[in-house]
Design a protein around this ligand. Sequence first.
Ligand code: PGA
Length: 246
Amino acid sequence: MRRPLVVANWKMNGSKQTNSQWLQEFAGLWQGQQNAEVAVCPPAVYLAQLQQALAGQAVLLGAQDVSAAESGAYTGEISAAMLSEFNCRYAIVGHSERREYHAESNAQVAAKFVAAQAQGLVPLLCIGETLAQREAGETLAVVGEQLRAVAKLAGVEAMTRSVIAYEPVWAIGTGLTASPEQAQEVHAFIRQQLGGVAQDVRVLYGGSVKPGSAVELFAQQDIDGALVGGASLNSKDFYDICRAAQ
Ligand code: PGA
């Protein structure tokens, strides 16, 4: 059985004050009912704050990105070893905003995936097609290629120590969610691509997940949870999504 996982991706949002309020509210709601696993990925400068606030709680920490390099002259980058020091369990790699605004290639994403695992982090690999690619009928080809680039460098067995998030780019931050059937189709394809290790890898859905859409998405056979952006900024909405994954 794959344990459901719900991950908050705060992106470039928050402040010490609003983080602290969120953490207090969420901790008041999420106590004990822990069939689902929950993680929060804040901006890196707040990792220390969250590490402290989450000590002893059933909420894990993750990073929004990680460097492919181990250390050295890489201004602005943060290494996997540094993230480990703040108790990060997860590191998002290949988010579409990194692929688009920072021109990250499949090869770079694969290198980040490997760097994260080398320090014991679990990479949360984001893959997904743009609207133009979907309309051109290229969804499965694009997603397959993004997946293969990583499996080729890291090895298929390494995929068992990762989480995959299918995030159609056209659904991120747009209010458009893939229908449960559209998402399930791609999730089933991803699982099929994983071959022998397919049943051991959690595949999350991401893209405008809201409390109202979560239940139906999570009811799909191959959807093991969600990566949540906008709705994760509201502690109650995020809690409702976590509860739907129970
Ligand atoms: P969204 O973001 O929920 O705001 O669409 C999801 C993501 O980018 O991970």
